[in-house]
Design a protein around this ligand. Structure first.
Ligand code: ZN
Length: 363
């Protein structure tokens, strides 16, 4: 497995409104820093190799991540993410060390007609147009981290699908991108749930650029439903989306079992909500369903949105999953008939130190 890391992903450090409290976002740089510090210092090729992105990597390689972002995400959203913090500082709305948070969202009722689809002229109001909640503040360095995170997703997908790949090489079959900020909640038009651009979309479309007819399964293993990823592929029969997540939890308005896809995509969206406080045994029952559906789909590639807020002590989730259980889970999925050798990209969506359990199964 190749583990790809970019220290630029640590720069994003913002605030959120949680309940009645505005404070530091729970999705913090410390989570990723913990992983980076805990990674074994010695590589063990071919099973485990680290790659830190350097300045020369950014300069020397074609920026296909930017092209894929432009072709999949709303142009206005990308411009907003790149400029809104500086604009607010310039207008005296915030100090440079402070963050942008939305105030007002588009009106959902029909009497506002198309006006809900037009960005407001007021820069102060615009933050709400490109967001659906108050957990995705933007600070001075957010855009740098957002771009770096998307680039990691792009590179990880290239590692397993690009021209340099050797089908026989273990490390060319699996890549892990330590993405931060995460991506599975945001749509390609609005930020939310600590997510700004959808890294799973970037990874899938990176693979499809080279292999246009590839069948790709997205396995979403975070405590929360990946509403943004589901949304993007909801009518697409070429992408199977399967998610195990907390029932009636954030993002509250999606993740239900009866969301099975639309049009040609019917049957290719599988939501497996699980009661909060569920035990690992209960979780594994859902994993069995996920494995079966994935085997039936017979993907050419797998993209995993891997969130460790399923961990029992994580403040963002409430499943009863322990450190050692992650290896069991990984072996159950990766070891299933027909899934062992499928090229796989793993993207972080929430990340304490138990990530290491996954690096042990690169075989
Ligand atoms: Zn989550």
């Amino acid at each position: 497995m190749k583990v790809i890391i970019d220290r630029q992903c640590l720069l994003h450090d913002t605030i959120e409104l949680l309940g009645s409290r505005v404070g530091n976002a729970l999705e913090s740089p410390a989570r990723l820093e913990t992983i980076i510090n805990a990674l074994p210092s010695d590589d063990k090729p071919p099973h485990y190799v680290k790659k830190f992105i350097q300045e020369e990597d950014r300069d020397n390689e074609p920026d296909t991540a930017a092209e894929i972002l432009s072709s999949t995400h709303d142009e206005g959203l990308l411009a907003h993410l790149a400029t809104i913090h500086a604009t607010w500082v310039q207008h005296g709305l915030i100090e440079e060390h402070e963050s942008v948070l939305p105030e007002c969202f588009p009106l959902p009722w029909s009497s506002s007609g198309d006006k809900s689809n037009v960005p407001p002229k007021d820069q102060f109001a615009r933050a709400g147009f490109y967001a659906f909640d108050l957990s995705s503040g933007l600070m001075k360095h957010s855009w740098t981290s957002i771009r770096a995170s998307a680039m990691l997703a792009n590179r990880a997908a290239e590692e397993v699908s690009g021209p340099k790949r050797s089908a026989d090489s273990i490390q060319d079959r699996e890549s892990l991108a330590l993405c931060r900020p995460p991506g599975h909640h945001c749509t390609t038009k609005k930020v939310g749930g600590y997510c700004y651009v959808n890294n799973a979309v970037v990874a899938v479309e990176t693979i499809r650029r080279r292999h246009s007819s590839a069948k790709i399964a997205i396995l979403d293993l975070d405590f929360h439903h990946g509403n943004g990823t589901q949304d993007y592929y909801y009518e697409d029969p070429g992408v199977l989306y399967v998610s195990i997540h907390g029932k009636d939890e954030y993002p509250y308005y999606s993740g239900f079992e009866d969301e099975t896809g639309k049009g040609a995509g019917v049957g290719f969206n599988v939501n497996l909500p699980l009661e909060t406080r569920a035990t690992f045994e209960q979780y594994l029952e859902k994993v069995d369903v996920l494995v079966k559906r994935t085997q039936e789909f017979a993907p050419d590639y797998i993209v995993v949105s891997l969130g460790f807020d399923t961990f029992r002590n994580d403040p963002l989730g409430s499943f009863q999953i322990d450190t050692g259980d992650y290896e069991t889970m990984a072996r159950k999925i990766r070891g299933a008939d027909g899934l062992q050798s499928i090229p796989t990209v793993i993207l972080l969506v929430s990340n304490p130190v138990v990530i290491l359990a996954w690096t042990t199964i690169g075989c």
